[in-house]
Design a protein around this ligand. Structure first.
Ligand code: SF4
Length: 181
């Protein structure tokens, strides 16, 4: 029997190539949007709606979990000045992956995957480290999926253009100087 996978997505640009590929492979999966790290809330809603649109395009179920930004702020309090890829990101990845694994456990999913490490701004090893920690604690397997190599970056860039996706210029919790992720 095929594994039933829950894919944690941070946004449409980071997930579009993975969603299209998994859908075309006939994978049994749903996308979950759990991103209380995104501020302000209007930006959260914009990214959520774009991600929902990509899922509709490929007939993939889309699940939105709660926007508990207050909890995110409480957990990351004191780490506001950490750089991206630093300790604040450890907590942010861990919080989101653990919540999604808990959701997976009670909703009949066999494993959790994510696209949190797809962007070139992200440290994939850091994402995986936090995912395995959450997996150990919840007992829900973590599945590493390819979102960067093997033509995935090229597919991502093509889909962003083809689907006219909103492509934000910062990760989530605060503006970044420079170009888009
Ligand atoms: S930079 Fe991104 S991953 Fe890091 S704490 Fe902020 S929202 Fe989370």
């Amino acid at each position: 029997m095929k594994q039933k996978i829950l894919l944690l997505s941070c946004c449409a640009p980071c997930s579009c190539a993975v969603i299209k590929t998994l859908a075309e492979e006939g994978a049994d999966f749903s996308v979950v949007f759990y991103n209380p790290n995104i501020r302000p809330e209007a930006e959260y809603a914009k990214r959520m709606n774009e991600n929902r649109r990509v899922c509709a395009q490929y007939n993939v179920p889309f699940i939105e979990l709660e926007y508990d930004n207050e909890r995110w702020c409480a957990l990351t309090g004191g780490l506001e000045n950490e750089p991206e890829r630093g300790r604040r990101c450890d907590i942010c990845f861990y919080m989101r992956l653990k919540r999604v694994m808990e959701y997976a456990a009670v909703n009949g999913f066999d494993a959790v995957a994510s696209v949190l490490g797809v962007s070139r701004y992200k440290n994939l090893a850091q994402v995986n480290r936090m995912a395995y920690k959450a997996s150990e604690e919840t007992g829900v397997p973590y599945l590493e999926i390819e979102g960067r190599k093997g033509g995935m970056q090229e597919l991502r860039s093509r889909l962003i253009k083809e689907l006219r996706l909103y492509n934000q210029d910062y990760c989530g919790c605060k503006p970044r100087n420079g170009d888009s992720q």
